[in-house]
Write a protein that binds this ligand. Structure first.
Ligand code: CP
Length: 358
């Protein structure tokens, strides 16, 4: 089994993402991730195991006895939530996931309140967290920082797992896991995800959830991916290259309504103007045709679904919120269950939870 202690940082960082996977899995050989950094670590078997574990945790947690059992599973562990970018859902759902499993947590949500304010590097800050905690759940505007820290910590005298809760414009693997979990549940009694058409719409250039989810969908058979965006914000070349290399049926288009007609799932995203190179640059792009409202809802198949990683602005009209096909609220709660599953699996508790008597 490949180990991060046996490869230098330069050599490791230059590997293709799929080749890095083997270095990031648990040493115990169950195939689950130790560090979770990007979507390329998950194949279909792993996705199905994690979704089954999330379902199991969700079920066990329904009874008081079951919930109290879950609280004992990782009561001896501590997790650090280090979020140097704003977050509501990812922070709170990881926090709630830790609470379900009995994990004690600490947090830094603003680097100005930590010794980074005094000039400490992020690397030293994260190394400091590893002295006190058994897992670091981190969000950073810096692409690649989670990966660098995973290598650093694995090569330190106190290795702890890193869970990437959003890195730059690059990846958001746990969001993609909850998106897949939501799609699996949405189509559970209707033949599953295979053969579906998923339409992505909005700021596809800078939406890290799109890159991660687009990859995870390649694990399923005959899933067509349709990307709808203003020309300036269309899906980046690396995503297209991945789809080409995997023989995935895809299209880049500009007409949301036409795309909605063929969609089984529509994945809306907001304009990510926090990444604008100059103030107000996104506001000059005409995004008016990339919003989902009553007219788009009328075109959606009766068993189609609408997803959004949230937060939203005006790209989904509130008139859609009570339609049974609007999955974005359930998506948020699904995030808590799948993150609880991932954390439990990271610490090697998949089998114990699946086989417990509750
Ligand atoms: N989807 C998502 O990452 O939401 P937050 O930014 O609120 O965590």
């Amino acid at each position: 089994m490949a180990k991060l202690t046996e490869i230098g940082w330069e050599e490791f960082s230059a590997l293709p993402l799929e080749a890095k996977r083997g270095y990031l899995t648990r040493a115990e050989g169950d195939g689950m991730p130790y560090h979770t950094l990007f979507a390329q670590q998950f194949d279909r078997e792993l996705l199905e195991r994690l979704c089954a574990l999330a379902n199991r945790i969700r079920f066990i947690n329904k009874s008081k006895e079951g919930a109290l059992y879950l609280k004992t599973v990782l009561a001896h562990r501590r997790a650090m939530l280090y979020f140097s970018q704003p977050s509501s859902r990812t922070f709170l759902s990881h926090l709630a996931a830790c609470q379900i499993l009995g994990i004690t947590t600490g947090s830094v949500r603003d680097a100005a309140t930590s010794s980074e304010f005094k000039g400490e590097t992020k690397e030293d800050s994260i190394r400091t967290f590893s002295s006190y905690f058994d897992m670091i759940i981190m969000r950073s505007p810096e692409q690649g920082l989670a990966e660098k820290m995973a290598w650093e910590l694995s090569n330190s005298d106190r290795p702890v797992p890193i869970l990437n809760a959003g890195s730059g414009k690059d990846q958001h693997p746990t969001q993609a896991l909850l998106d897949i979990y939501t799609l699996m549940r949405s189509f559970e009694t209707k033949g599953g995800i295979d053969g579906r058409t998923v339409v992505f719409c909005g700021d596809l250039l800078r939406g890290r959830t799109v890159r991660s989810l687009s990859y995870l969908l390649t694990n399923f058979r005959d899933v067509r991916q349709v990307f709808v965006a203003p020309q300036e914000l269309h899906v980046p070349e690396d995503v297209v290259e991945t789809l080409k290399s995997k023989g995935v049926d895809y299209a880049l288009v500009g007409d949301l309504r036409e795309a909605v007609k063929e969609a089984d799932a529509v994945y809306m995203t907001r304009i990510q103007d926090e990444w604008d190179s100059s103030k107000g640059a996104s506001a000059r792009i005409d995004t008016s045709r990339f919003k989902f409202g009553a007219e788009e809802l009328a075109l959606l198949k009766p068993d189609g679904v609408i997803l959004h990683p949230l937060p939203r602005r005006d790209e989904i009209a509130t008139c859609c919120d009570h339609d049974p096909r609007a999955m974005y609220w359930r998506q948020m709660r699904n995030g808590m269950w799948i993150r609880a599953a991932l954390i439990a699996a990271t610490f090697g508790h998949e089998r114990a939870i699946m086989d417990c008597g509750y």
